[in-house]
Design a protein around this ligand. Structure first.
Ligand code: S3P
Length: 425
């Protein structure tokens, strides 16, 4: 994919459904009694991996495009799959499903693509094993493929070293089946979609500070779920609207859950012209339209409790920082190294190629913004968020930028390039 410097971006955009919430709607729908109706489901490769895993365990899913019907099997209705479960590129599928599978009365092997087979699974193997799960990394390298022999589980209080919704959700889902209460305490609060949606489906999850607690459930009950637009996908339009001169974009129907809205806070601290309009609610998740107008940005510091609330947006925030005056410091973000690619190393390498003044640190990066950037050949490392970040960067830079492996956007946003193209004036 080749991207040239763009003129202004103008118009409205409807963002596809939230990836995290779409995954959970299928998983919890599969475990519920009755038929769950999901609207604005994200039809991307990652979410389709989740559907395919549950279909292999006997769940009937009618994917009608805008609407998906999940015919739930009840909490104890999943069947042993006849084949290996393929989680594709999806960390959310791999980690959340492991919590569920640890408690079933059958054995299963799960795996995924080359990226998934490099991502750390010790973070779920450890707490699930403490609950009594029999879960092993088949190659003994703490990565997928994983073999899980379902077991009776007991409740634990797990203190997690990382703020990770995938770890927290995996343990809470196992806790649905445990013989007592299960709690997870994190260093900072990570996204709470599992807690909200499990309660919406009739479970009992409570939250105190950075601790979430679940009591075992006898059943979940099917619900109608309307998935908000994904704030992580909207981040590319927010950034493009702010850094491309003369732009004004209305981004409609975006989930603004406070455990996900760090990008809005960062934009405000960078001096951005960003406004929330029409705030409402979709199936228990807050939603709003976001209006952005091109702005003179200044540098900022992003750290601590803010990091989990914008973890997937940090690549495109690094792009914004290159177009801001002054220094932006990103720290406490070592988790970026274990995403679909090492997002610290990859952002620093690629932004440097485009002429940015950027330095890698142990847990983040330091960017001295304000230097004009020029096009370059950019390797996406098949990481969707890297490809989309450099599409934005390329539109704001001189000359032409070529993105290698650009089709990987199908992981979270298959229509990304077309949607961006429509806003060009
Ligand atoms: C996700 C949690 C985050 C995020 C990922 C989706 C989820 O990962 O980066 O894209 O749906 O729970 P971690 O839990 O590893 O931080």
């Amino acid at each position: 994919m080749k991207i040239s410097k763009a003129g202004s971006l103008k118009g409205e955009i409807n963002i596809p459904g939230d990836k995290s919430i779409s995954h959970r709607s299928i998983m919890f729908g599969a475990l519920a009694k009755g038929t769950t109706e999901v609207h604005h489901f994200l039809q991307s490769a990652d979410c389709l991996s989740t559907i395919s895993c549950f279909e292999k365990m006997g769940v009937s899913v009618e994917n009608k495009g805008e609407t998906v019907l999940v015919h739930g099997m009840g909490l104890h209705g999943l069947k042993a799959p006849a084949e290996i479960l393929d989680c594709g590129n999806s960390g959310t599928t791999t980690r959340l499903i492991s919590g569920i599978l640890s408690a079933q009365d059958f054995d299963v092997t799960l795996t995924g693509d080359a990226s998934i087979q490099r991502r750390p699974m010790r973070r779920i193997i450890e707490p699930l094993s403490m609950m009594g799960a029999d879960i092993k990394s088949i190659k003994g390298n703490d990565c997928a493929p994983l073999f899980i022999h379902g077991q009776k589980l007991h409740g634990i209080h797990y203190i997690s070293r990382v703020a990770s919704a995938q770890v927290k959700s995996s343990v809470l889902l196992a806790g649905l089946y445990a013989d007592g209460e299960t709690s997870v305490t994190e260093p900072y609060v990570s996204r709470n979609h599992s807690e909200l949606m499990l309660n919406y489906f009739g479970a009992n999850v409570t939250t105190h500070g950075t601790t979430a607690t679940i009591t075992p459930a006898s059943e979940l009950y099917a619900r109608k779920v309307t998935v908000p637009g994904d704030i992580s996908s909207s981040a590319y339009f927010i950034a493009a609207g702010l850094i491309i001169p003369g732009s004004e974009i209305l981004i409609k129907n975006v989930g603004i859950n406070p455990t996900r809205d760090g990008i809005i806070k960062v934009c405000e601290s960078m001096g951005a012209d960003i406004t929330l309009l029409n705030e409402t609610n979709a199936s228990g998740e807050p939603v709003a339209d976001i209006l952005v107008k091109s702005s003179n940005l200044c540098g900022t510091t992003i750290e601590g409790a803010l990091i989990p609330t914008l973890i997937d947006e940090l690549p495109v925030i690094a792009v914004m920082a290159c177009f801001a005056n002054g220094t932006t410091i990103i720290k406490d973000a070592a988790e970026l190294k274990v995403k679909e690619s090492n997002r610290i190393a990859v952002m620093v390498k690629n932004l440097s190629l485009m002429g940015a003044d950027i330095t890698e640190t142990d847990d983040g990066m330091i960017i001295n913004g304000g230097k004009p950037l020029h096009g370059a050949v950019i390797d996406s490392f098949l990481d969707h968020r890297i490809a989309m970040s450099f599409a934005v960067c390329g539109m704001a830079s001189d000359g032409e930028t070529e993105i290698l492996g650009s089709e990987c956007v199908n992981i979270s946003y298959p229509e990304f390039y077309e949607d961006m193209e429509r806003l060009k004036k």
